[in-house]
Design a protein. Structure first.
Length: 186
């Protein structure tokens, strides 16, 4: 399916979400949103989409797996990708996002500069209760020139060309919302 505009794009999940049932959803307002919470126009230069992720077995709860690493510059302990989701119902483990494989830079063959984890992934823990099961929403930001007819090499790849990915979750145990992971992809 060729996506022709941002309204269509908000209904089409990228390939990285193919292991899941991805249902279009309203992204969670953040400090980047305008005063009115408008997420469709972040400063006039982006479009934000969101998808609730469900396992193909029907369960909505996942353990988000990634890597707790110290930030190279600040030393702060952060959660890094690659990010996988493990269904709490059937146990299926599926890759959701790897900056080396997904997003604008990966799609266009650009070098990856972000720190990445390797080895055995760890579950993300809720800061409120320490539990690890979450309902997951994946948000994607796209550049406003994505559908510019003068940029021919982008045609037909719109869903894959997101420039920012954010994974947020709602803890199954305590209901606290968590900002789990975010990465610039361009």
């Amino acid at each position: 399916m060729t996506v022709k505009n941002f309204d269509e794009l908000k209904q089409v999940a990228p390939r990285c979400m193919s292991p899941f049932v991805a249902v279009p959803a309203v992204p969670v307002p953040t400090e980047d949103a305008g005063d009115d919470g408008d997420l469709g126009d972040l400063g006039g230069d982006a479009c934000l989409t969101g998808f609730e992720l469900t396992c193909t077995c029907g369960h909505t709860s996942h353990v988000v797996q990634g890597y707790y690493l110290k930030h190279a510059d600040t030393g702060e302990l952060l959660f890094y990708g690659p990010i996988s989701l493990k269904c709490t119902g059937c146990g299926k483990l599926s890759l959701l996002f790897d900056i080396a494989k997904h997003g604008y830079d990966a799609e266009c063959g650009h070098e990856v500069y972000e720190q990445r984890g390797a080895g055995t992934p760890q579950p993300f823990e809720c800061e409120g209760c320490g539990k690890t099961a979450f309902a997951v929403l994946c948000e994607l930001e796209y550049p406003d020139d994505l559908f510019d007819p003068e940029i021919a090499d982008l045609k037909g790849r719109a869903p894959e060309l997101f420039t920012m990915v954010t994974v947020v979750g709602k803890c199954d145990a305590c209901g606290e919302e968590a900002h789990i992971y975010a990465s610039e992809c361009a």
